[in-house]
Design a protein around this ligand. Structure first.
Ligand code: HAM
Length: 421
């Protein structure tokens, strides 16, 4: 037996309805907010993700990179944003509309250490709004994430928000952090030792060094914001208040990717058994990514939720998913001639919009009956010798156990009306 690759999982038929529920609700919320779906490839040329300005662990250490037979360097996407921006630029979406509001649902790949809520293949639902510097758009994007969480029925969820300021403020903050951490280099964890040069912001949310005195005393982004960045953040908060969105300001929140400027946010849940992976989703604004990928100088803002974490969260809060529909009718035939009639009815039922099935494995009456009951069918449609002669079907209501012999011609119509369909 060959097992699944490490860090991956199967969505079995008994679980797939949970995914359908989530995807359906994501699509519904995007319709309400005016976001349109974009589907981009699962692999891209490596330059899409491996950029000079992107030195995050996620891109430098965790991507799946490979060469194809034509000697092209490719990367399995570790996140949605860069591919969506590549597509936005390549297809010049900015020409038609000044603002593009896009969403996506699909798999991503990161070579991480698997644990609960952390996989090597995982799925994200994300949005990107590209083309506006309006702080009200930040509130709209955070509001969409918030509305989605509410639609799912998740409680105990917090929106944490911070600002990194514009490129200038962010660069000043980075320098200040370097200076702050350099004297402590020997006592930081191995990863943070390297981060001092490359990405000192990440030291602030390192899980290992969380309680390190130098981390606790580190400067925060607020100390290095220029006036316009401060003002921008205040406006975002005012719009969030106006939209009635609860949030808490988290001065140490910096996020894992390097493209962020101004607003960053995460959605966290207090969920039992969730452990370290309590971030359901996160995102923020990016000032230079579109330009970096060869496009015009346009800003964007977006977020992504991890679908697996949302499912785990919903399961642990016992929130009901829309279960798959059970059979309205299950047809049972006692011999080959009756089976012809059963097939006719099976197809008629489906054409009429009923969920219908029959047994394609067993032919004995007993076994077919067992299959029908196991499938939780609302009605059993039994065709035996006498029904064939009388041109009827015996329709049995599995709840009331009542059985009636109904002419074949009106059998499906009858079931439909009994079910109020
Ligand atoms: P991210 O924080 O790297 O951001 O990922 C977003 C979410 O994806 C996480 O909060 C988490 O729920 C889920 N996730 C990440 N890695 C894993 C994993 N290995 N296993 C399971 N779930 C995972 C981004 O990806 C940005 N592209 C978000 C964004 C969009 N920013 C702006 N626009």
């Amino acid at each position: 037996m060959i097992s699944k690759a490490k860090g991956t999982y199967d969505v079995l038929p008994t679980e797939s309805y949970k995914w359908h529920t989530l995807e359906e609700k994501a699509r519904q919320i995007c319709v309400l907010f005016g976001y349109k779906e974009v589907r981009t490839p699962i692999f891209e040329y490596r330059e899409v993700f491996h950029r000079q300005n992107e030195q995050s662990d996620m891109v430098t250490k965790e991507t799946y990179n490979f060469m194809d037979k034509g000697d092209r360097g490719l990367t399995l996407r570790p996140e949605g944003t860069a591919g969506v921006i590549r597509s936005f630029v390549e297809n010049k979406l900015y020409v038609e509309n000044p603002l593009n509001k896009l969403y996506y649902i699909g798999p991503n790949f990161r070579y991480e250490r698997p644990q609960k809520g952390r996989f090597r293949q995982f799925s994200q639902f994300g949005v990107e709004a590209i083309g506006s510097n309006d702080p009200a758009l930040d509130a709209e994007v955070i509001g969409l994430a918030y509305a989605f969480i509410q639609k799912l029925g998740l409680k105990g969820v917090r929106v944490r928000i911070n600002t990194l300021g514009d490129n200038e403020s962010r660069a000043d903050f980075k320098d200040a952090l370097k200076k702050h951490f350099e004297p402590h280099v020997d006592t930081l964890c191995d990863d943070c030792k390297l981060r001092i040069e490359k990405n000192p912001l990440r030291i602030l949310d390192c899980k290992v060094d969380q309680q390190h005195p130098a981390v606790l005393k580190a400067p925060t982004t607020q100390d290095y914001l220029n006036d316009s960045s401060k003002d921008y953040f205040q406006q975002v908060l005012a719009y969030l208040d106006a939209a009635n969105i609860d949030y808490e300001i988290a001065p140490k929140l910096v996020r894992g990717l390097d493209y962020y400027t101004h607003t960053v946010f995460e959605i966290e849940a207090d969920i039992e058994g969730f452990g370290a992976q309590n971030v359901l989703g996160g995102g923020g604004r990016y000032q230079s990514l579109v330009k970096e990928l060869g496009g015009p100088d346009l800003p964007g803002i977006g977020f992504a939720f991890g679908m697996e974490r949302l499912i785990i969260a919903m399961e642990s809060e016992n929130i009901a998913f829309n279960e798959d529909k059970v059979n309205d009718i299950f047809l049972i035939a006692t011999d080959t001639t009756a089976r012809i009639q059963a097939i006719k009815l099976l197809f008629e039922a489906r054409q009429q919009g009923l969920v219908a099935d029959m047994d394609f494995v067993s032919t004995s009456f007993k076994a077919q009956l067992k299959s029908g009951l196991k499938s939780n069918a609302k009605y059993l449609g039994i065709i035996g010798e006498s029904e064939l002669q009388n041109k009827t079907v015996s329709l049995k209501n599995t709840t009331t156990q009542q059985q009636e012999e109904i002419p074949v011609k009106i059998a499906i119509r009858s079931v439909k009306s009994w079910l109020g369909k």
